[in-house]
Design a protein around this ligand. Structure first.
Ligand code: GUN
Length: 283
């Protein structure tokens, strides 16, 4: 049976470290890292994320602002809020919760956020910096995966890493981070032929396709490390990952559960990025 990677516990340890560092930073500079979170419309899942982000800010001693805008907010209104936050010295990080309502252009918002305050690392400047390995911020989910691997003592160098999913938020940056850590990286997606066969090569398998319980034991090598980025709702309302935990866990050496694996790490990495942004603002 695999070791279960406890994302909640690792997340709590990192948050305690961030809190300590935040206090030291405050004593030295008289500044609290500040995060602004923007949410447009009433998507219930987004509202939960935003509430959790505010709570996390309180926990680590940050200043935070939340902007809950109505669903009919115009692009101009959203743009001018971003401009105001870009110019606000008390705000070091700006996060606009995605997805936005259909009439708004997500790309326009991503481009408008000052790259120095782009704690999601979605701006092309930050994406490019990740590509060349010279970055300040890492996107929260892949950064959370790397922290879980590191703090579980899992070596990446020289390992076969298979990332399934090629989104801009998870799959692509995840592949790049594993590559920086000297993994041999394969990225799979919906048109990959013989997906099960490729997955069976993986020493480290990162599942990020958004299909409930898709990865079964026959797709996993004996002793593999299995990281489940999925967050899916079953018909009965239960939260489940992309990995069929029951069948895969006995075969894996390490596995992340859902909930309680990657999920708790993402907001913690957002806190990390906001602290980094605040530190860089005084340099
Ligand atoms: N929606 C789901 N995940 C994310 C995220 O990491 N950042 C933002 N801005 N929106 C999201």
């Amino acid at each position: 049976m695999a070791n279960i990677i406890d994302g909640k516990a690792i997340s709590a340890t990192i948050r305690a470290e961030i809190k300590e560092e935040t206090e030291r930073f405050y004593e030295k500079n008289g500044i609290r890292p500040g995060l602004a979170v923007i949410i447009v419309g009433e998507d219930p899942a987004s509202q939960v994320y935003v509430r959790n982000k505010r709570r996390a800010c309180e926990e680590v001693g940050f200043y935070s602002e939340a902007y809950e805008l109505p669903a009919d907010t115009t692009q101009e209104e959203l743009n001018s809020l971003v401009d105001k936050l870009n110019a606000d010295d008390a705000i070091h990080g700006i996060l606009c919760q995605l997805p936005l309502p259909k009439h708004l252009d997500e790309n326009e918002v991503i481009l408008r956020i000052d790259p120095k305050k782009d704690v999601d690392a979605f701006h092309p400047t930050n994406v490019g910096r990740i590509m060349i390995g010279d970055y300040s911020f890492l996107p929260c989910t892949p950064a959370g995966v790397m922290a879980l691997l590191e703090r579980s003592g899992i070596e990446i160098s020289g390992k076969e890493c298979v990332v399934v999913g090629r989104s801009n938020i998870v799959g692509k940056p995840q592949a790049m981070l594993l590559l920086h850590a000297h993994g041999t990286v394969t990225v799979c997606h919906s048109r990959t032929k013989n997906l099960a066969e490729v997955c069976r090569r993986a020493d480290i398998l990162v599942a990020a396709i958004g299909k409930a319980d898709f990865f079964t034991a026959d797709m996993v090598k004996e002793g593999a490390v299995v990281i489940d980025v999925g967050m899916n709702r079953r018909a009965d309302g239960k939260l489940t990952g992309d990995v069929d935990f029951e069948s895969v866990a006995p075969k894996a050496s390490y596995i992340t559960p859902v909930p309680g694996g990657v999920g708790p790490m993402t907001i913690t990495m957002l806190m990390q990025n906001t602290l980094t942004a605040a530190k860089e603002s005084v340099n």
